[in-house]
Write a protein that binds this ligand. Structure first.
Ligand SMILES: NC(=O)c1ccc[n+]([C@@H]2O[C@H](COP(=O)([O-])OP(=O)(O)OC[C@H]3O[C@@H](n4cnc5c(N)ncnc54)[C@H](OP(=O)(O)O)[C@@H]3O)[C@@H](O)[C@H]2O)c1
Length: 209
């Protein structure tokens, strides 16, 4: 699969490596342009290249958004991602580390408004990047692996993301719709940045987590 990565920092850079290791092709992008990503692309190998944000988005069948949520200007043009599976890994932190007040909305619902037509799936936002970097275990049964939560309204798009999560050695756990699952996955909830296996994650959700 071709995956466009928007934001090549802690989360985007880590996910790019895992996707390449799972056999996918990635296009990585950031705010400073492809030249600044030459070393990363070289380290990732022949299945990776650096691009602008819009070119990475055009390249990807799946797009990973891993930029600061408070910077909507970091997002690709909506036309580049319309109809595509878009993974929203972003959390609505302010520049000083607080949380943006979104009222009754959630950050991914706001992302969906910014990218009309995208098949948005909220995932990778609850896992600390060092856990993402080190805890993938393709050798374990899925329910015994570290959980990565997934929310969204497009069942087929969710399945695509869940398959990617399994391919990189984690356990995908469905939290529900973009609204309700998105609320469960927000910073500060019982499952946010809490390392747990797939089985433990399902139990936490059943307890109302
Ligand atoms: N860190 C974690 O453990 C973690 C875990 C889960 C979710 N998240 C979420 O994932 C997102 C990224 O976090 P991170 O820790 O990976 O951040 P990071 O290491 O600071 O990386 C941010 C990336 O976004 C790029 N970026 C910033 N402004 C941009 C713009 N205007 N246009 C294009 N690219 C831009 C940066 O490019 P430049 O370097 O060129 O500016 C950089 O590649 C955040 O929303 C965060 O809440 C983080």
């Amino acid at each position: 699969m071709k995956i466009g990565i928007i934001g090549a920092g802690h989360i985007g850079g880590t996910a790019a490596r895992l996707f390449v290791e799972a056999g996918h092709e990635v296009s990585v992008s950031n705010s400073r342009g492809p030249d600044s990503l030459r070393d990363l692309a070289a380290a990732l190998g022949s299945k990776a290249h650096a691009a602008t944000v819009d070119d990475a988005a055009a390249f990807g069948e799946v797009i990973l958004l891993a930029t600061p949520w408070r910077k909507p200007e970091a997002l690709p043009s909506p036309a580049r991602v319309a109809g595509k599976v878009v993974i929203d890994a972003m959390n609505p932190y302010t520049a000083t580390g607080g949380l943006q007040d979104l009222g009754t909305s959630t950050s991914s619902e706001e992302t969906a408004k910014r990218l009309p037509g995208a098949r948005l799936v909220k995932a990778f936002n609850t896992i600390y990047f060092e856990h993402l970097a080190t805890r993938g275990r393709r050798d374990l049964p899925v329910e015994e692996r570290h959980a990565i939560f997934v929310a969204g309204d497009d069942a087929a798009a969710k399945r695509v993301v869940e398959t990617l999560i399994e391919q990189i050695g984690f356990a995908p756990v469905d939290t529900g719709s973009l609204r309700e699952g998105g609320q469960r996955q927000q910073p500060g909830t019982a499952i946010y940045n809490r390392p747990m296996t797939g089985a433990e994650a399902r139990a936490a959700l059943a307890r109302g987590g």
